[in-house]
Design a protein around this ligand. Structure first.
Ligand code: 6PG
Length: 245
């Protein structure tokens, strides 16, 4: 394990399988503590491909009973603007991986990618406020937010040069991404940075350069560099290939 600073920690694992298992253990650890302290676990799941194995492990025989799914509120860190059955949908990826787990449907809070982006963002913001039972303009404090890292330094759907990066008034943004010529739905930085735990999952030699830039370059020109929980832990679960070992 490498301690980057008091509140930042990097855990290097041999490969994606070990990284996924370690992240699943961490998920269970945070979940156990959250349920026993606050009664419920509030988690936002990352999309993309890296976390899929972790979700499959969580749904496996030796993990699924370590999580009290009846007291787990599942959200997403971001979503593509596609229907839930689209191969590009993060919701579809997660629900396929977690298929063996009986999660109460009311605990699954899907970003409605099929709706007009602004409508979907507003709906999700309302669902966050209602589920967290937020008063006025408080920020929801997730027990855990999972994130990935794109090779351009994006995380969630906060891409370089996009408007959502500077959105400090919404919980959820409909973010137009020029390079994809489409909108994405994403939690905003105020929400991400209000979490108790934020965990990046980064795997593969293809992420080596961007991971080194995010961790070592000064400043915050890369979106992932803007993630630093104001009162929480930031953990990097990486494999040796991404860490350049
Ligand atoms: C998405 C993700 C995105 C992802 C990174 C890394 O909707 O695609 O939220 O931020 O985490 O692009 O993706 P991979 O894990 O596929 O490399």
């Amino acid at each position: 394990m490498t301690t980057l600073s008091a509140k930042r920690e990097m855990r290097v694992h041999r490969d994606l399988e070990e990284l996924s298992r370690a992240t699943a253990d961490f998920f269970c650890e945070v979940g156990h503590q959250a349920v026993h302290q606050g009664g419920e676990l509030f988690v936002a799941l990352s999309g993309g491909s890296t976390p899929r194995r972790m979700y499959e492990i969580l749904a496996g025989d030796d993990y699924r009973d370590r999580v009290d799914w009846s007291r787990t509120q599942l959200f997403w860190s971001d979503e593509r603007c596609v229907p839930p059955d689209d191969p590009q949908s993060n919701y579809r990826m997660v629900t396929e991986a977690l298929a063996p787990v009986a999660i109460p449907p009311l605990n699954v809070h899907r970003l409605r990618g099929e709706d007009p982006p602004e409508v979907a963002a507003q709906k999700y913001e309302g669902e966050l406020r209602q589920t967290f039972r937020l008063l006025s303009d408080d920020l929801p404090r997730f027990d855990l937010i999972l994130l990935g890292l794109g090779e351009d330094g994006h995380t969630a759907s906060l891409f370089p040069g996009t408007s959502a990066l500077n959105d400090t008034t919404h919980l959820v943004a409909a973010n137009y991404v020029e390079k994809f010529k489409t909108h994405r739905l994403t939690l905003t930085l105020p929400v991400i940075n209000h979490a108790a735990n934020v965990a990046f999952l980064v795997s593969g030699a293809g992420k080596r350069t961007i991971l080194q830039r995010v961790l070592e370059e000064p400043g915050d020109s890369l979106p992932a560099q803007r993630v630093h929980p104001s009162n929480g832990r930031l953990l990097w679960f990486v494999d040796e290939a991404a860490a350049g070992r």
